[in-house]
Structures are given as C-alpha cells and as structure tokens.
Design a protein around this ligand. Sequence first.
Ligand code: GLY
Ligand code: MN
Ligand code: MN
Length: 438
Amino acid sequence: MTFDPNIYRQRRVRLLEKMQRGIAVIPTAEEVARNGDTHYVYRHDSSFYYLTGFAEPEAVLVLVAGRSDDSPPQSLLFCREKNPEREIWDGYRTGPDAAREQFGFDAAWPIAQLDEKLTELLGNQPALFYPIGGDAAWDQRILKLRGAVQAKVRSGIRAPDEIRDVRALLHEMRLIKDAHELGIMRRAAAVSAQAHRRAMRFTRPGQFEYEVEAELLHEFCRHGSRHPAYPSIVAGGANACVLHYVGNNAQLKEGDLLLIDAGCEVEGYAADITRTFPVNGKFSAAQKDLYEIVLAAQSAAIAAASPGQTWDAPHNAALRVLAQGFVDLKLCLGSVDGVLENESYKKYYMHRTSHWLGMDVHDVGDYKVDDNWRTLQPGMTLTVEPGCYIRPADDVPQAFWNIGIRIEDDVAITAQGNEVLSSAVPKKIGEIEELASA
Ligand code: GLY
Ligand code: MN
Ligand code: MN
C-alpha cells in the first residue's frame, strides 16, 4: 500500500487540539540487545508509529501546540542522520531531510540535537506532555531537560509548570479505529485465518507442536507478515490448560485436542485468533460436549458485542452459557444463578472474555470510565474468547480431564452491531472435522 502521510498528520493535528497548549515529547521504542552483537527484532513504539508512520529506531516526535505569541502548532521529528558507513552495515536510514518531506513534518533534525533543541523548545511552555513512567531513563532525561530550562529563569525563561501523561489523550484516540486501521486489521485477521486453516489441515498425531507452529509462521511470512503479534500458543492435550503455554515442544497424541492461539502483525496491527480442534480430525463425545458449550458461549458473547452495550455485556453473556453448561455436565453443582454468584465456574474458566485489540495485542484504552464499564461504540475492536480448562480432580469425570478449549475471534463494533474480522476460520464441529481430516 502506498504511504499516505496525511493519515498520520491528521492524527497529530487531533492530538494537538486535545492538548490545547504546551509541548509533547513522544519517543519511539529502544532497540533491545538479545546477545553479543544482535538485537531482538526491532518493534517501534505503537503510539509513536500511530502519530508518524515512521518505523526506524532512535526517533522522537515533538509536538508544539503553539505559544502565547500565536505561532502555529508544529510537528517536529528527531531521527538518525544519513550515515553511508552505517548504511552499508545496517541498511537504509531516511535521515531528517527526507523524513520531513515524506512524512509531512514541519521540521526534522538529527537525533543528536534533541537535548539542545528541546531545551529551547520547552522554554515558556505551560505544559509538557510525555509518557510519564513509560521508561525510567526517559523520566530522568525529561526531568534533567526541564532542570536545564529552569536554570534560565534569570533570562526570563520559564520551565513548564505542568507535566502531564500524553497517554491519557493518545489512548482514547487509539481506542476508536478509523477506516484505515480497520482495513489493516481485516488483512491481519485474514492472513492469520489462512494460517489457522493451514494448521488444521496439516496437523496429524505424532507431530510436534513446533511443527504446527512452523506452518503458522510460514503462512504469516509468505503473506508479508514477518512477525507474529505475540508468541504463538500451540498446545496439545493437557498443555491447553496452561493459559500462556509457549513451550510448543510436545508430541501431539491421538485422541487429544490441539489449541492454537496465534495471530500475525500487519503494518503494526495485531490479529489474535484461537481455535481448538482434534489432532486426529474427530472430536470425542466428551470433547464435543465441552466444545459445544464454549462455542455457544462465544456466540452469545459476540451477539452482545454491539454499540450501546457495556464492556462487560459479552463477558456476562458468555458466563451465563458456560455456567449452564457446567451445571448440565455436573462439573458445577447447584443452580446457574448460584454458580454465577459463588463463582464456582472459575475452576474451569478463570480469565475474562475480551480485551481491546489494535496495534498492541492487548490494546490501550480504559475499560471503565468514572468507575462504570465503558459503553461499546463503532470503531472499538475487541477479542471474544471464552474457554474452559479442566484439570484432573476427584470430583470431575475422568473423560473431561486435561481438556482445554478456547475459541477466540476478533470483533469490530459497527453502527449496526459488529463485524467478525476472523470469521474465515471454521469453528463449527462439522466444518472443523472436515478441514482437519482433509
Ligand atoms: N493471545 C493472547 C490473548 O489471547 O489474550
Ligand atoms: Mn489469543
Ligand atoms: Mn486475546
């Protein structure tokens, strides 16, 4: 896709409007050493990228909301300079001049000039917005810079009185996805869906979990998504009852289920999809019983994910169906209301049903406003991912032991209801059995 700097420029303008006054300093992420001379694959800071579209390390965005003398708002970038020697070793650097032009900044300077320029720019600004506490080294640097401005007080220059967390404004913006973002998220979900379908077709008893993982990664990569949005969970049998299992090194057994929680990242946006299917292509009776309950819980939760509903509506809808199912199978005792009241369902379902999804797999945005669950609005995107995880216990019929099931889809709230971005992966028993035994 061609890069359109206006998308990012408009976001900067909106943030500047929300700030009203003062200056914002928003650094991208640092490179992180893995060992020796190698680094983990570089990943920009999501909010920095949201405002710039600029993916190189060692960059800082500075927004100046205007001064008392009516100077216009400004959007400034500090980035790595061109460096022919380093570019031979590490690759292309945009450099300030090209960055200003291509990305639509008012000015751009070498990152080495950041402290000196900021000391000037901070002078007589009433407020400084930055991600307070996001990084200890940055906290120190910012305070030091503010101190340097304070030292100029006898020249009539004041340091900002107010330091505010820019994330409070930014996260509210990121919570509502625009059409450009939803387009990318549809692609991330579509590629991830193809990977899940490939894994279902590929899986056979005797394979190792990492072999299935390799199929997922292959499918991500061949569609241009070089990285998963989070470490893939490929969990056969009892491993599916470990919620964050990432060992992925066990052999898949005849008669077990395989839970795959995997999604790729496309242009900085995550997909997050889970499917659970039989390793040999055929659900057992006990697996079927539990699977149908989780699937019904997921359908009820998706139906409750619509504009005007509150954040906890999908979770509550899922819980009621799960509680009914656990009572019917005698996994929980008493009435459905009683099980919901005393939370005995938590023995088998201990996580919540949804989280925001976006640039971060667990995306930003408050879940409560003024102590009340947030109301869902068009443009919000969330996962819907009920499950059940049954560990061996004396009071649990043996047929259910070590069954872990989760079904997770990515859902965008629309004006009419919702759009399930990840619907291309089968989840009905008949469809799964057809694909998994193909
Ligand atoms: N894959 C992480 C989650 O489902 O929240
Ligand atoms: Mn997931
Ligand atoms: Mn999730």
